[in-house]
Ligand binder design. Structure first.
Ligand code: HMG
Ligand code: MG
Length: 299
């Protein structure tokens, strides 16, 4: 039987902030993450150890990781693209990393200056080295149903990467609809094909951007397929700088409203998340993208 518990992975501090043009002060990021640590979330992706020339917003990753209040029962993964990123992350004693590959050749080159084949080789080395040091590794696959440059993506490209990353030792693969072009049956089709890679759906997570307003229906479709881990961003922050027009992730508030409404347990306090969404939106001087937050705040 499928469990009633759903794991929510908050990616706001990383995916949410990486697309912000104005550099957010380190203290604000730290306060944001510390508030998230008090909401019941058990997985918070806090920053990325990528090239600051590519993503200037993430230049303070080592400081962020050192300054945040790390609770013992919470995992604080960081995104890592290569060996240099892993080495820098290890210097500040990171316990979990996330590596990222793309199912689209063009997106891979735009995002990491690297072919899919080459990035797989790099990923393998990084994963092996991380595991040697007892660092957990999560894997991402971008463009699972569509690419901003190539359009439709072959499902085979997704299943190949998923099999590869699981074999390398990733404990979970987060499937990214990077530009939010999926619809329920397209997502279900990918998940059905992935059952041939692993029949344990707990190996997979769904990472929906809400560009076309399809995130929640795709999440519901994934729930029906047995997925029990979802990535989201408080206030719907986010987007990938190498995917023009990509809007934020599904808002954590909206995701929680759906899950709790369906009597699924997350351990996360929705009211606290709403307050954090307001905090970070006002800091960024951005409109909060969560509909659930707007409704709750209007009461
Ligand atoms: P490159 O320019 O080809 O790198 O970039 P390089 O190896 O040729 O090195 C060039 C310079 O960068 C060198 O410095 C390196 O030391 C430095 P220099 O000698 O010129 O002074 N460098 C680094 N510095 C800090 N940290 C590092 C690092 N690596 C090299 N880790 C690279 C290749 C992969 C580094 C670059 O393309 C990059 O950082 N890309 C990351 C882009 C990114 O962060 N994208 C967003 C995250 S992915 C995403 O959002 C999708 C996701 O949310 C899922 C979904 O929605 O689908 C996960
Ligand atoms: Mg993303």
């Amino acid at each position: 039987s499928v469990s009633n518990f759903v794991k929510v992975v908050e990616v706001g501090p990383r995916d949410g902030l990486q697309n912000e043009r104005h550099i957010v002060p380190t203290e604000v990021k730290v306060e944001f993450i510390n508030k998230l640590s008090d909401s019941g979330l058990k997985n918070i992706e806090v920053t990325s150890f990528v090239s600051p020339k590519w993503i200037p917003q993430m230049a303070d990753s080592a400081q962020i990781y050192q300054k945040i209040n790390k609770k013992p029962n919470i995992s604080y993964p960081v995104l890592v693209p290569n060996m240099k990123g892993l080495e820098d992350a290890m210097k500040v004693n990171v316990r979990e990393i996330a590596i990222f590959l793309a199912a689209s050749e063009t997106f891979s080159r735009k995002n990491t200056n690297c072919s899919i084949d080459n990035s797989m080789k790099i990923a393998k080395t990084v994963i092996e080295e991380a595991l040697k040091h007892d660092i957990k590794v999560r894997g991402y696959i971008s463009c699972i149903v569509g690419c901003p440059y190539e359009g439709q993506i072959q499902t085979k490209a997704v299943t190949n990467l998923a099999a590869f990353m699981l074999q390398c030792g990733c404990y979970e693969i987060s499937l990214g609809d990077t530009i939010g072009v999926g619809s329920p049956n397209k997502v279900k089709n990918v998940l059905h094909e992935l059952e041939h890679v692993s029949n344990d759906m707990n190996k997979f997570a769904i990472h929906c951007h809400d560009t076309y307003g399809q995130a929640l229906v795709n999440i519901y479709a994934s729930l029906e397929c047995g997925i029990r881990t979802f990535d989201s961003s408080v206030a719907g922050l986010g987007g990938c700088p190498y995917a023009a027009g990509a809007s934020g992730n599904v808002a954590t508030e909206d995701l929680l409203y759906l899950l709790h409404g369906e009597n699924l347990e997350t351990g996360v306090d929705l009211n606290k998340i709403v307050k954090i969404g307001e905090f970070i939106s006002s800091q960024l001087q951005k409109q909060n993208q969560s509909k659930a937050a707007a409704a709750i705040l209007a009461k």
